[in-house]
Every structure is written in C-alpha cells, then in structure tokens.
Ligand binder design. Structure first.
Ligand SMILES: [Zn+2]
Length: 236
C-alpha cells in the first residue's frame, strides 16, 4: 500500500483520532506564518514583538503589531481543509483538534472539540487584572475599565505558559488516541512539539516540506494542508 492508502485505512479503522494543526493549516487562508517569517513586518523580528516585554515596555509597537494582524485576519476565511476536518468530526472520523493557530478557524468551520493551545486572537483581556474586554476597545487603544491596565489579545506570547486546561485536555486526548495526525507544523515550538511523542497510537505527519524533526512519525505525507485534505476527502 502507498502511504495515502495506508493513511485512509488507519483513519477509517481508528477508534480515537486526534488532529494537531500548526501555521501550515492557516497559510492557505492567507495568514502568514509570523513565527517563522522574520522581517516581513517593518523589518522587525516578530519574536521581539509578540512578547510580554514588548507588551509591558513597548505597548505602541505591540498594539500596532496586533492591530495589523487583526486587520489582516478580517480579509481571511477558513479554507476547504478546515471544512473537511469539521466534516470528519461530524462523521466520527476524528474526535478532537488541538491547534497552535490563534485565528479560531477550526471553530468557525464547524469543529466542536477544539483546544487552542496558543490562545485566541479573537478575544481580549486586561493584561493586569485579566478582566475580559472587546476587540473594539483594544483597537481603540482603550485601557481597562476596572484597573486602567493595558488591553491585549488572549494569545500566548513568547515566554508565557500555555493555557493549562487546554494543555491537560490535549495531553489526555493524545495519550488515549490510536491515531494522531499532525498537519502543517514545523514541530519547532516547545512544548507542543512534544505532543506527538506522547501517544501509543500511530502518528502521521502532513506538511508541505520534508522535516528532519518528523523522522519518528509512522507515516509522512508531503503536501499542502488544503490540497492533501481535499485529495483524502475524495478517498473517504
Ligand atoms: Zn484591568
């Protein structure tokens, strides 16, 4: 059997399948992979802007960066690959998705069981007292109504811990899975890159490029997320 046929066989027979998605899932919606594309915005390395240090010491720059990302996101929509994963959940082929993406597109496409491991850029809070806020208030650069602190999106910044509940649920799902499908992640971001090693189930890596970090996967399928999922959908 070729690797695609093997994959389809595993997908159809697995009792519990977990999908883990990264930036490569969103690039086909037009969302740039800012973690890996340094220098695309004002010649500033995003690793220096998406940080607590920037939030606390260079708020203007931090605010401009996330306002730009939010404006960019308004032009983007989930693509066919997102909708195929929603269809697979509905039909019982997959049970949950854990994602490194903050765009909320898996939920928007219709998946019900989604863990956002790096948070969400669609919801906001006060950095100081955690009071929830709104996108409008953030864009308008308002301060917290409770304490006067600065507002921020609910994304996990470099140097911050992952949301504990999402991590715990994901870990449990992965440990119980008999198939883990990883789509469009470079496997470079700790600790999410550890997740595929924590299952006793089979592991499949789908990515547009070969990746030396993926050598331990049971199966590797090279291809872009959307077109690979579209092809798989015709075989299901
Ligand atoms: Zn506050």
């Amino acid at each position: 059997m070729n690797s695609l046929a093997t994959f389809m066989d595993w997908l159809k027979t697995s009792q519990k399948t977990v999908v883990l998605t990264g930036a490569g899932m969103s690039t086909e919606s037009g969302i740039p992979d800012f973690r890996s594309s340094s220098g695309w915005w004002k010649n500033i390395d995003p690793h220096t802007v998406a940080t607590v240090t920037a939030l606390e010491n260079k708020y203007d720059l931090f605010h401009e960066f996330y306002s730009m990302r939010l404006t960019g996101l308004e032009q983007c929509q989930p693509h066919d690959g997102h909708y195929i994963l929603a269809d697979w959940e509905k039909r019982g082929f997959i049970h949950s998705i854990a994602t490194q993406n903050v765009d909320g597109f898996h939920t928007k496409a219709g998946n019900k069981h989604v863990q956002e491991l790096h948070g969400s850029i669609q919801t906001f809070r006060c950095h100081q007292c955690n009071e929830s806020s709104t996108k409008e208030a953030f864009i308008q650069k308002e301060t917290c109504q409770e304490c006067g602190g600065v507002l921020r999106p609910n994304v996990v910044l470099f140097g911050e811990a992952l949301p504990e509940e999402s991590w715990t649920i994901t870990l449990k799902n992965i440990q119980q899975a008999d198939l883990v499908i990883v789509i469009g992640t470079s496997l470079e971001v700790y600790p999410v890159n550890q997740l595929p090693t924590m299952t006793k189930g089979k592991t499949v890596y789908i990515n547009k490029d070969a990746n030396p970090n993926a050598a331990y996967f049971d199966l590797i399928i090279e291809g872009k997320a959307k077109e690979t999922l579209q092809h798989m959908q015709t075989l299901l």
